[in-house]
Design a binder for this molecule. Structure first.
Ligand SMILES: CC(C)(COP(=O)([O-])OP(=O)([O-])OC[C@H]1O[C@@H](n2cnc3c(N)ncnc32)[C@H](O)[C@@H]1OP(=O)([O-])[O-])[C@@H](O)C(=O)NCCC(=O)NCCSC(=O)C[C@@](C)(O)CC(=O)[O-]
Length: 305
């Protein structure tokens, strides 16, 4: 691994309020989500994925999307993004003024069917008018690409399928894409191949890494992505999360762990680690469980003396 030319700055998108909480069985009240967003922005996060406009029958935890988006105290310079799988979701989101909407597809046909109830080709047909409407309204558009390394239903995913999806996303006007290892099975070389596939259609500044930590590979995969020049990453405070349609997959890499890694390598994030850990404590306490962030646990043990 060549660590000589790493970026000097990294932008993190905390997806905890959305990806982190969407799979929680106990309802998390809107005011707790609002408070979590507040704590994340107080810690210096400049991008926060707040909620999704999906079917409340499919993902009940996100049914309070309006209340959450209306309740957050927006800070200038912070980008608030939301997931919108179709025009119905997009139209519902617009009154809540997201800065960015996220259409979410998959490199795996089976996952596309399970997650959004349509094929990859149909998903692109659904996304196209969403992307057009958002761009006409001056709202930024990101495309999440799930299962770029492995799929819970199809197994290993070839990089060609990532390139294919990225090309379709580019074709409909999606401005940047996330290379997601939804079930956290990736290892550095495989993740690099998936990123290189996305780079066939997107510039390095337009590609972000989204690594779940199911197999404990997310940090090393981040390093592998950094080696390629990727400098945008998604992560989840306290390592919250998982996808309802990827059974057994754990949360994203914890934002605290990523920040510790990056700061330790002299890479700036603009994030205050102590405040971030406090945000993680807040939500972990609410959920009644220990944080999945190794860094948070270590710092809290040290604080306790
Ligand atoms: C996509 C749909 C809606 C299609 O669902 P569908 O059943 O195919 O949609 P439909 O158009 O046939 O409509 C059926 C019903 O859903 C309603 N409906 C239709 N659209 C909406 C909407 N936007 N908001 C609210 N309601 C909606 C619609 O009104 C209707 O209601 P009914 O008449 O039966 O009462 C459904 O499959 C769904 O909600 N899926 C959930 C997808 C989801 O949120 N997955 C988790 C996020 S993705 C993820 O976590 C991965 C990611 C991004 O983090 C990256 C990674 O790690 O891989």
């Amino acid at each position: 691994m060549n660590l000589a030319n790493l970026p000097t700055r990294v932008k993190l998108i905390d997806v905890g309020p959305r990806d982190g909480l969407q799979n929680e069985k106990t309802p998390v009240p809107a005011d707790v989500k609002i408070s979590l967003v507040q704590r994340l922005q107080d810690a210096g996060l400049q991008e926060i994925e707040v909620t999704s406009y999906v079917s409340p029958k499919w993902v009940p935890q996100m049914a309070d999307n309006h209340a959450v988006m209306q309740g957050i105290a927006r800070r200038s310079g912070v980008r608030y993004s939301v997931l919108t799988p179709n025009l119905q979701g997009y139209e519902a989101s617009v009154q809540d003024r997201p800065d960015e909407i996220v259409v979410f597809g998959a490199a795996s046909e089976a996952f596309s069917q399970k997650n959004i109830n349509c094929s990859i080709a149909e998903s692109i047909e659904r996304f196209a008018p969403v992307v057009a409407a958002a761009r006409a309204a001056g709202i930024a558009v990101r495309g999440a690409m799930s299962c770029t390394v492995g799929c819970p239903y199809e197994g290993e995913i070839a990089p060609e399928r990532v390139a294919y999806l990225a090309g379709l996303m580019r074709g409909i006007g999606v401005q940047r894409v996330d290379v997601a290892d939804t079930i956290g099975v990736g290892t550095p070389r495989k993740v690099q191949r998936a990123i290189e596939a996305a780079l066939q259609h997107y510039a390095i500044d337009e590609v972000s890494g989204h690594f779940h930590d199911t197999y404990g590979q997310a940090l090393v995969n981040t390093l592998a992505a950094l080696e390629l020049g990727v400098w945008n990453f998604q992560s989840s405070v306290a390592g919250l999360g998982g996808c309802p349609y990827a059974k057994g997959a754990t949360g994203n890499v914890a934002t605290e762990d990523l920040v510790y890694l990056l700061h330790g390598m002299g890479i700036d994030t603009g994030i205050d680690l102590d405040k971030l850990i406090d945000a993680g404590v807040y939500i972990s306490d609410f959920l009644g469980r220990k944080s999945a962030s190794r860094v948070a646990v270590a710092v809290l043990n040290k604080r306790a003396g």
